[in-house]
Design a protein around this ligand. Structure first.
Ligand SMILES: [Zn+2]
Length: 168
């Protein structure tokens, strides 16, 4: 029903913008924490341990957009309760349902391996499969692939002009 800080979706892939904007029609209150990140900010976050990778989808991707959004549920006053795991899980399902309806493929920071089981509920199995503990990031959502935006191909060298030959 309400989306706080919608302007933080600026520069984010249009599929994700559509997905999160559409949530306005549902009975949810959300707050956009972050969309596009600069490389400098990402480096800071990795150094602080708040992110694990410099290959973050929050950075501008080859499509020219950021491919990740951090979003949290709020109460009707727009306040966040970071301890409200139930709220995060409910929002997760709302987002998954909406994404399916819109045909947008997304990956959640609480289910990196995309097996539809929240990673913190399958830590042992996750470690077996992936080789390390999951980094559970409930607010994080990212696009799978490039969505509806075509990635511009690097320009091929111009073909040399054909010599004009007279046809007989
Ligand atoms: Zn994120």
């Amino acid at each position: 029903m309400t989306i706080r800080f919608k302007e933080r979706l600026e520069g984010v892939h249009p599929d994700l913008v559509r997905l999160f904007t559409e949530l306005e029609k549902d009975k949810v209150h959300i707050l956009i924490v972050e969309g596009v990140r600069t490389t400098a900010r990402q480096r800071q976050l990795v150094q602080a341990g708040a992110s694990r990778t410099m290959a973050s989808k929050h950075l501008i991707q080859p499509t020219g957009f950021g491919h990740a959004v951090d979003v949290v549920p709020t109460n009707s006053k727009g306040q966040i309760n970071w301890e409200d795991i139930t709220g995060f899980r409910k929002l997760r399902q709302t987002i998954l349902d909406k994404a399916e309806k819109l045909g947008i493929r997304v990956r959640h920071g609480a289910d990196w391996d995309m097996n539809n089981i929240i990673d913190e509920l399958e830590v042992r199995e996750y470690i077996k499969r992936v080789g390390r503990r999951p980094f559970v990031d409930y607010p994080h959502w990212e696009l799978v692939g490039n969505g509806s935006v075509a990635v511009p191909k690097p320009k091929a060298a111009k073909p040399k002009a054909k010599p004009i030959t007279k046809k007989k």
